[in-house]
Design a protein around this ligand. Structure first.
Ligand code: 5GP
Length: 119
C-alpha cells in the first residue's frame, strides 16, 4: 500500500483510522465490517492498491487466492468453516462497491438466505 492510496481501507492499513483487526500479514489485512450484514462480517483487503477487480493484472491474480485462503483459514480458526460461509467481491456501481480498494467480504454465523438477499 503506497502513501498515495487515500481510500478508507488504505487509511486503516496505515493505522490512520481505527478498525477491529482480526488478521494481518505482509500481504493483507482483515478487519470487521463497520456495518455487519451477518453475525460475522470480516473484510479481507490486500495491501497492494487495486481499485476494483477490473484493475487486477495477471501478475496480481494470486492476490485473490491469498484473500480467499486467509478467509478460509479464519473460518477454520473461528470454528464455523464446516457450518459454512459466503465470500463476496463487489465491483463498481451495479455490484454495490463503495470503497475503491479491492476487498473480499466474509459473511457467516447464520443461514445467509438466497444468493443476493440481504446485501
Ligand atoms: P463494498 O460495498 O465496497 O463492497 O464494501 C465496503 C464495506 O466497507 C461496506 O460493507 C461498509 O460497511 C464497510 N465500511 C465502510 N467504511 C468502513 C469503515 O470505516 N470501517 C470499517 N471497518 N468498514 C467500513
Amino acid at each position: 500500500m503506497t502513501q498515495t492510496d487515500t481510500t478508507l481501507f488504505g487509511r486503516i492499513i496505515r493505522r490512520e483510522l481505527p478498525a477491529d483487526i482480526v488478521y494481518e500479514d505482509d500481504e493483507l489485512i482483515a478487519f470487521r465490517d463497520i456495518a455487519p450484514q451477518a453475525p460475522v462480517h470480516v473484510l479481507f483487503v490486500p495491501k497492494t492498491p487495486i481499485a476494483t477487480l477490473n484493475e487486477l493484472t495477471p501478475e496480481q491474480a494470486p492476490v485473490i487466492g491469498r484473500l480467499a485462503l486467509a478467509a478460509a483459514n479464519y473460518a477454520k480458526e473461528q470454528g464455523f468453516a464446516e457450518a459454512g460461509y459466503r465470500i463476496v467481491m463487489n465491483c463498481n456501481d451495479n455490484g454495490g462497491q463503495t470503497v475503491f480498494q479491492l476487498h473480499l467480504h466474509l459473511l457467516a454465523g447464520a443461514p445467509l438466505g438466497g444468493f443476493g438477499e440481504g446485501r
